[in-house]
Structures are given as structure tokens and as C-alpha cells.
Design a protein around this ligand. Sequence first.
Ligand code: HEC
Ligand code: HEC
Length: 441
Amino acid sequence: MPRSAPRARRALNTAAIALVAVASLLSAARLAQACSGAAPEPTGTETHFPLMYGDRPTVAQLSDLGRRIFMDPAYSASGRQSCASCHDPARAFGPPNARAVQLGGPGLDRQGFRNTPSLRYAHAPIAFTQHFLESEVTLGVDDQGPTGGRTWDGRVDTAHDQALMPLMDPNEMANADGAAVVRRLKTTPYADEFRQVLSAPGENVFDDPDSTLVWVTVALETYEQTSPDFHPFDSKFDAWLNDKATLSPAEARGMALFNDMKKGNCASCHPSTRKAAVNRPPIFTDFGFVATGVPRNRDLPANKDPKFFDLGLCGPLRTDLAAHPEYCGLFRTPSLRNVALRQRFFHNGAIRTLRDAVAFYATRDTDPKHWYPGSNGKPGYDDLPEKYWGNVSHEVPFAPLPGGRPRLDDREIDDIVAFLGTLTDGWKPPRTGANKTVASR
Ligand code: HEC
Ligand code: HEC
């Protein structure tokens, strides 16, 4: 359903000409892949790539070392911050608190400018591409525009490269260099095990700091990709998909609104249906990039400078697409699984409640003064220079109804929030256990 709908949202005019050439080169191959069920999809519970290290080490050994490294504050300059400090396992590997941006650095008093994403279901996005070509239903080739990669701007493709970023970021774990990471590893209780598992026969991996560092990041990657901790698929929604739970009337109404192309239309970017080709439950993101015009978060230190803007795909953290003004303001669509566990929303954490996050879609264009109060009475996307306002999406649900009415009223917003609550992992059936479904799938 929603994925096959005509999608103007990321059809970039500037890309159209180049596309014809790309499409003719790639369409046959893509179609063949689609037909064989091997389309380049974000994957589900399977690992992202086959691990080919022979029998040294095993995936289980690597994943286990990765878990211990992930939880261990030893790798931070402060000695007090681990990956888990920002990616809290008790909150679906998302932020542990209501800070828009987590603190870091040697004194745990520095801040970058991005909200911490949940790492659940983010273990295997497709690699970043400017032109995601999707063949479906029509068997035509449909350019979805920029898609995939890791982080809010898709600038990293693999989880091992990703792991280096927080380890070295002066606002996060703040290691001076790779050698510092290796020195810290050698002080941990599992250093000896690491050496035994990862040294080639007759060698000591610690003699080669570069390869030690690579193994640290590959261990983290293996943990993120293979441990069921990162993709349990055990929410109420999953139970409902498997006929093991009943949605409440509000949840069922919310789901219908979420999927309805004229109402929430949420599923056009946050897909909610099982994809036959990959046979995994939906992960509520298509990894596409969109400018939603989220309000500026004036509390962030970086934003004290009125000339500073986080423009996502076109910079400043990502530098390779700086020459593409049509990409300014675009951020990668996050998964909505476990979104109810978050206390800050969107890339800059400007929005503080899930209800407000949903209401933003409904009333951004009908009540702009509410969302952009600081823009001197002049309604406008205050976290984006005016020259890029044309990049902002005006599709449903943003597009108001005739007469300027929002597409979702207050009760409908509440219903969608209720539905999003079914996406939280770790659901247990109530003891009374009704198991009749109230809506079709
Ligand atoms: C100080 C908080 C902090 C710490 C510590 C931290 N991260 Fe992150 N993590 C973030 C933020 C913020 C982002 C988003 C970055 C961006 O968009 O530029 C992120 C993004 C990620 C992503 C990409 C997720 C996605 O949706 O694509 C992965 C994977 C990740 N972190 C893994 C790790 C690992 C592994 C560690 C430990 C080595 C770690 N992080 C430590 C804050 C943190
Ligand atoms: C046109 C594509 C698109 C549509 C339609 C869309 N979203 Fe989103 N959604 C995004 C993108 C992109 C982001 C991240 C934007 C950012 O942070 O700058 C996002 C972020 C969110 C977030 C914040 C998640 C987080 O981790 O911070 C929520 C909640 C959300 N969307 C819910 C919805 C709901 C509910 C609907 C339907 C009413 C909807 N979205 C429709 C693309 C879309």
C-alpha cells in the first residue's frame, strides 16, 4: 500500500535528467533483484553482511566482546561515558533522559547539536545513495531521492565506521586518537580475552594498534547487528501482526489514520506493512530524506549563533553534498518503533512530547505562529535560512484541507499517539488475554 503510492515527495527536479541515464543502466538489474526477492532493502533480523573471518573469531565471540565494549565507560576521556550512556538499553538504545542533546567530552559538559537516535532496528539500513530506485507494482523505476546510510544525515555507511565517530568526537567520548582507544582497551578485564580471540596464530593483535582499533569497531558492529537486543520485534503491534493481541479502539483508529493517505499519510515515509520481498515486520522508516521544517531548538549552544544552521544532508557535519542547495534541511526519516520511550523528538530535540510531535504535522501550516514563535511575528521555518524554504515538504499530512483546516483534529492526534504506543518493545499480553483482532491488516 503506502509505498506504492505516487510519491512526489522526494522527486527532485534537478535530478530528473541525470536520472534517465541512471535508470536505463540500472533498471534491468534492479528488476531482476526485485523478482528474485533480493532487492536492496534494509534488512530485518539477518546480519547486514556475511561475516567472513573464517573461524577466528566466531560471530558469538565478537558480539559478546562488542556488548562489553558498548557498556564500558573505559573508552571515554571522562571515564564515565559508554555507548550505553547515550544509547540506553533500557530505552531501546535511545537517550536515557529528557535532554535534547546528550552531554559528553572529557568533563561531560560539552554538547553537539543532535538528538540521540534509538539504535533498535537501525542496525542495517541500505548504504546511502542519492537516487534510491524502487521497482514495485508498476514495475517502473521510481526515484525516491536520497535514501539510507547512518545518522541523521546518512554520512556513514557501516556500523564500524560509525563507532569511530563517538569514540573520537570531542563532544562525546573524546579520545585523542585510535591509540588512546587501544590503551584503554588494554586496561579492561577482558583485554586478555580480546587478545586471545583476535590475534592471528603466532601473533599478538596488540602489536598492531591499527588492527586492534578495527576489531574494536567490528566487535561493536557485530553486537549491534546480530544481538536480538537490537531487533526483538516484540511490541504489541508485532503481537497484533501475529494475531496474538487486540488493538484498543483508539489504537485501531490511530493505525487507520496513520495509514490513510488523505489523513496522517505517515506510512508513506514510516512504512507500516510487512514487505513480502524481505519477509520481516515493518520498521516504520524507509530511510528517505525529507525537510519537515522542525522548529529551531534555541536551547542548543550551537544555536546561540544566529548564523549557525544544522542543514542535515548539505552540511555542516556532512561535507560531500555541500554543493546541493536542494538538499539543505533534509534529514533521514527515523524508525518510529519505540518512539514513545523518547522524551525529545526530531534531529534537534526541539519538540518535547510525542503528542506535540504528531500535532506538529497537523498544524505546522495552519498555525505557524504556534510552532515558530521566535520569528518576530513573521511565520516561517526558523531553523532553515529562507532561501531553502522551498525544500520543505508540503505533502499530506502537512497540506491543510480546503478552508485551511488541519487534516487531523485533536482526537485524531490522540488516536495516532495511542497507536504509536503499540510500537514499544517488550509488550506482555494482559492476563485476561483477549485475542480477537479488531482491524484487518
Ligand atoms: C554523547 C552521546 C553519544 C555517545 C556516547 C554515543 N553516541 Fe551514538 N549517536 C549519538 C548521536 C547524537 C547520534 C546521531 C549523530 C548524527 O546524526 O550526526 C548517534 C548515532 C549513532 C548511530 C547511528 C544510528 C542511526 O540511526 O543511523 C550508531 C550506530 C551509534 N550512534 C552507535 C554508537 C556506538 C557504538 C557508541 C559507542 C562507541 C556510541 N554510539 C556512543 C550520540 C552518542
Ligand atoms: C514526507 C515524509 C514523512 C511523513 C509523511 C511523516 N514523517 Fe515523521 N518524520 C519524517 C522525517 C524526515 C523525520 C525526521 C525529521 C527531522 O528530525 O528533521 C520524521 C520524524 C518523526 C518523528 C520524531 C521521531 C524521533 O525519533 O525523534 C515522529 C514522532 C514522527 N515523524 C511521526 C510521524 C507521524 C505520526 C506522521 C503522520 C502524521 C509522520 N511522521 C509523517 C518523515 C515523515
